[in-house]
Design a protein around this ligand. Structure first.
Ligand SMILES: Cc1cc2nc3c(=O)[nH]c(=O)nc-3n(C[C@H](O)[C@H](O)[C@H](O)COP(=O)(O)O)c2cc1C
Length: 215
């Protein structure tokens, strides 16, 4: 875990709880490993383009080597984002829950990094699609903040949570299966409820900063 890729998805800056909690983990981890390399990729406060027709044509080109210069240009950002994934050992994602899912910038980032031939492969087995993940040995930590309460595993609103469980599925599809989620819940509940949840999340993140081993 000597190289960390940090993805922040909240459009909020200093007021973002998910961002602050993730930065808290990062500080604790960097205190332990000062030589660690950190790469930041902002997806909440900068525009990550949505997939368009040109992107689909280029990304799913049947002969990747025959892509035109303009197709290569259409994939340039995606290539860079995929490169960042391969270059790093730990992926630290901070995200709010937005409308039971994640903010659109994070969705756009995922759409850019799930790439045929780079992060997953597709073959046919007796005509049935088979998918193979192409990333190995990576770990992810998702730090999330929610306005409501009870979206965690086993809790009342679990079935409505399409944020971190979806992210876990998408990361697993490309080979990142070692995924830890830390959530603060109840920003829109009583102040005390949220404060307790934030304190628990901070505590868990400090423990994780001690547990995560450097490669
Ligand atoms: C557009 C929008 C949609 C939201 N949707 C949800 C939601 O579906 N469920 C929920 O619990 N909270 C929801 N919230 C509240 C946020 O998850 C909460 O404020 C969170 O702490 C924001 O994260 P941040 O502090 O990192 O920006 C929403 C907030 C906004 C602005």
């Amino acid at each position: 875990m000597s190289k960390i890729l940090v993805i922040h998805a909240s459009p909020r800056g200093d007021r973002s709880h998910s961002r602050r909690l993730a930065e808290g983990f990062l500080s604790a981890w960097q205190a332990r490993y000062p030589q660690a390399q950190v790469t930041r990729r902002e997806v909440g406060r900068t525009l990550i383009p949505a997939v368009n027709e040109a992107f689909v044509a280029a990304a799913f080109h049947p002969e990747p080597e025959a892509r035109s210069l303009s197709m290569q240009a259409d994939l340039a950002l995606s290539d860079q984002l995929v490169g960042e994934l391969f270059d790093n050992d730990l992926l630290l994602i901070s995200t709010p829950m937005y409308n039971f899912s994640v903010p659109s910038g994070l969705k756009a980032w995922v759409d850019q990094i799930v790439r045929l031939g780079l992060t997953f492969d597709h073959t046919l087995d007796n005509g049935v699609a088979q998918y193979t993940p192409l990333l190995q040995g990576k770990r992810a930590l998702i730090v999330t903040s929610r306005g409501g309460f009870g979206f965690g595993p086993g809790a009342e609103l679990e079935a409505l949570n399409h944020a971190d469980p979806w992210l876990r599925t998408a990361l697993g599809f490309i080979g990142i299966n070692d995924v830890t989620v830390v959530a603060a819940e109840g920003e829109e509940s009583a102040e005390r409820t949220f404060a307790v949840s934030v304190a628990e999340a901070e505590q868990r993140l400090l423990e994780l900063a001690r547990e995560f081993q450097m490669a």
